[in-house]
Design a binder for this molecule. Structure first.
Ligand code: PGA
Length: 255
């Protein structure tokens, strides 16, 4: 019989600017310490409104400290499918706009799942994505947001603990929330590529950021409810080193 140890993530509550500064400093310190030890730093990155402040702060710190990114490698969580990389809604575009174009990182060191693949190539591509993460030494720190439905990456309710990078169907909630970006829900792709729960849980450290009252219920379920596929963020209780950073509104339903 397998014994699963459950340890709730640590929780930090503060204003968004403070959260962004705290997490950005942690990332910058990690990069500096690992550079000094001759180690690479593998960042698992997220998109969406939530991490924008964090990336702004990381850019500021990178410039202030003239951070060396030559040993930094990044892997993004997800991408819509199908979607061209140069589409303004794509996560390739998002990462370039909000982070990669502002820091001295080689394009060959950044990885975002490819939304332009032929369907027949997806399975092998996803296996290769996992392989590349392993070859890079595994994810040092994984940044996550959370969906109103408790998703992490595009691991929607129902995602399994053992899931890996794969093609998934987006939930109605997720597509509705993306409607504005795409000029209407009908334009939102129905599928996406996402790292899996098992991929995320293998990161050495996991950081989840949430802000706003709309996230409060999912946050409460993830932190206080059972570990369940119904609320994929609840799987973070299976991670030995996860911290959840909440603004007061996102923390408002915590009991
Ligand atoms: P958001 O998205 O940061 O735009 O709220 C988070 C998510 O859905 O994971």
């Amino acid at each position: 019989m397998e014994t699963i140890t459950q340890k709730r993530p640590a929780v930090v509550v503060a204003e968004n600017e403070v959260l962004a500064r705290t997490v950005a400093a942690e990332i910058a310190n990690l990069i500096q310490a690992r550079n000094a030890a001759g180690l690479s730093t593998v960042l698992g990155l997220a998109t969406g409104k939530t991490p924008i402040l964090l990336y702004q702060e990381l850019i500021r710190l990178a410039q202030q400290r003239t951070l060396d990114f030559s040993r930094v490698v990044t892997f993004n969580l997800d991408e819509y499918y199908p979607l061209e990389s140069d589409s303004p809604q794509s996560y390739h575009y998002f990462m370039y706009k909000h982070l990669f174009s502002h820091i001295p990182i080689a394009a060959t060191h950044t990885h975002v799942p490819d939304g332009t693949l032929a369907r027949a190539d997806i399975a092998s591509y996803c296996a290769e994505y996992e392989q590349k993460i392993r070859q890079a030494g595994g994810i040092t720190i994984q940044i996550l947001g959370i969906g109103e439905n408790g998703h992490i990456g595009f691991n929607e309710p129902g995602a399994e603990r053992e899931s890996r990078t794969r093609l998934v169907t987006l939930s109605d909630t997720t597509r509705r929330n993306a409607a504005d970006d795409f000029g209407g829900e009908t334009n939102v792709p129905r599928e996406a590529l996402t790292m899996g729960i098992a991929t995320i849980l293998e990161a050495q450290k996991v950081v989840l950021l949430a802000s706003g009252a709309r996230k409060a219920r999912a946050v409460q379920q993830a932190l206080a409810g059972p570990v369940s596929a119904d609320v994929p963020a609840s799987y973070l209780s299976l991670h030995p080193n996860a911290t959840v950073y909440l603004d007061p509104a996102a923390a408002s339903q915590r009991r």
